[in-house]
Write a protein of this length. Structure first.
Length: 94
């Protein structure tokens, strides 16, 4: 553990006897970190995160990802972008 420095930055890290590893650093406005462990199935798990004014964002290979957007949805969105509510094409913008 590192106490706040002159700029208000802290650092924190620890490792437990059962393999949990945590590292965090940041300030009151932004914090980044990594934690890792081995799942009960023996799979290594690593999670990285950042917490800032935009929220809490987490990344990890073990986290679910949304499926790709279907092509018919992409076509519908393109139609909405290029047409008026009455179905007429929008005038090109420069």
């Amino acid at each position: 553990v590192s106490p706040l420095d002159e700029q208000g930055i802290f650092k924190f890290a620890f490792k437990t006897s059962n393999g949990i590893n945590v590292q965090t650093a940041g300030s009151a406005l932004e914090t980044i970190g990594i934690f890792s462990y081995t799942s009960p199935e023996g799979v290594p798990i690593e999670t990285r995160y950042i917490a800032d004014e935009l929220g809490f964002h987490v990344v990890g290979k073990h986290l679910p990802r949304p499926p790709p957007t279907p092509s018919y949805i992409l076509r519908a969105l393109e139609y909405i972008r290029t047409h008026n509510e009455d179905g007429s094409p929008k005038a090109p913008t420069l």
